[in-house]
Design a protein around this ligand. Structure first.
Ligand code: TXA
Ligand code: MG
Length: 316
């Protein structure tokens, strides 16, 4: 079967929901990155996600639901977790909660952990799809494990192609980096993965929390090498070597590199996040032998950008 890429309309969303309910895999847009969805209560469909991505079965998936009410019975909610859901859902925030007894979610999806990661995405196509399936949808980013995440339907097709039953095209993802994963199941709230919601915004709602690198353990899937282009990547470069692909932030260097990929000419971090994965892919596809990336300020969504760049540059 050839994979169909369909512009998201009410008809194609209904069809995608039918494919999901029959146990199929559907890639769909979210505001962060494209997700590879399967019904989260269906063991076989969830197993197909791991197989298609080449993902280790020890790395749990995020369960997506259409609203806070649909998440109520899946996790054990604290007051602070509830405050975060009210403040940031729908949106790029994933809450890790103790898994509720009797939650009908596949134990493959949660990788056998006693916790569950929950998210309500903001992208209208994703919400319409979740409303049409009437079931929770497990969805990692729609890329092969370890590769650069997809922010367009074309990226999904390039990476997964025939292995997906359908791809809904909702245009480029608006945020461009994945959701912030916050652990609300441990002794103190901690950020497992920086993402679309800033740590400062989260702290403003629930008070101090443990940041990555401050003793918080990373999410199980946060391997040192991830988001990795095929070419070597150097970071914090102000003057690229001649012939190197340059991923710029702010005004380009005066000697104007031959292969220039702009994250944000204006030096806007949100715009840079939106462009990050597409520009890394484009730099990787250029004929330059290696990639140099400009320094990115380490605050707000810049924390998420730098987290992804460090993993893109890591060669173990
Ligand atoms: O923005 C996003 O979060 C996207 C879109 C599609 O929603 N999804 C996404 O999924 O990035 P994925 O699988 O690429 O990353 C999920 C991260 C992984 O690092 C995983 O280890 C972590 O969330 N995670 C999932 N369940 C967890 C749990 N129970 N405890 C701790 N970390 C968990
Ligand atoms: Mg991913």
């Amino acid at each position: 079967m050839t994979t169909r890429v369909a512009p998201a309309t009410s008809e194609t969303i209904e069809e995608a929901a039918r494919i999901l309910r029959r146990g199929g895999l559907v890639a769909f847009p979210t505001e962060t990155v494209y997700g590879l969805g399967a019904i989260a209560t269906n063991d076989r469909a969830v197993a197909a996600i791991f197989e298609t991505k080449g993902r280790p079965s020890s790395n749990p998936l995020i369960v997506h639901v259409q609203d806070r009410a649909a998440a109520t019975s899946l996790g054990v909610w604290s007051e602070k977790a509830d405050a975060l859901a009210r403040a940031f859902w729908p949106g790029p925030l994933t809450l890790v909660l103790p898994r509720a007894d009797g939650a009908p979610i596949s134990h493959l999806a949660t990788a056998g952990f006693p916790t569950i990661a929950l998210r309500v995405p903001a992208e209208p196509t994703a919400l319409a799809l979740l409303a049409a399936t009437l079931l929770p949808v497990a969805a990692p980013s729609a890329n092969r494990s370890g590769m650069v995440s997809p922010t367009t339907a074309g990226h999904v097709l390039d990476g997964l192609g025939e292995a997906v039953d359908a791809i809904l095209d909702g245009g480029p993802s608006r945020v461009g980096v994945e959701s912030t994963v916050v652990d609300m199941a441990g002794p103190a709230p901690s950020i497992l993965r920086p993402g679309g919601v800033g740590a400062d915004e989260i702290a403003a709602v629930i008070g101090p929390l443990i940041l990555p690198g401050e003793g918080a353990s990373a999410a199980p899937g946060q391997l040192a090498s991830h988001y990795a282009p095929a070419k070597p990547v150097r970071l914090n470069v102000l003057e690229p070597a001649s012939g190197e692909a340059y991923v710029a932030f702010g005004p380009p260097p005066p000697q104007s590199p031959k292969f220039l990929f702009q994250l944000s000419r204006m030096g806007d971090l949100k715009e840079a996040a939106r462009n990050l994965f597409a520009q890394l892919r484009a730099a990787d596809a250029s004929s330059a032998p290696s990639i140099a990336v400009a320094p990115i300020p380490d605050h707000g969504i810049g924390l998420a950008i730098n987290d992804r760049l460090r993993r893109a540059a890591y060669r173990g």
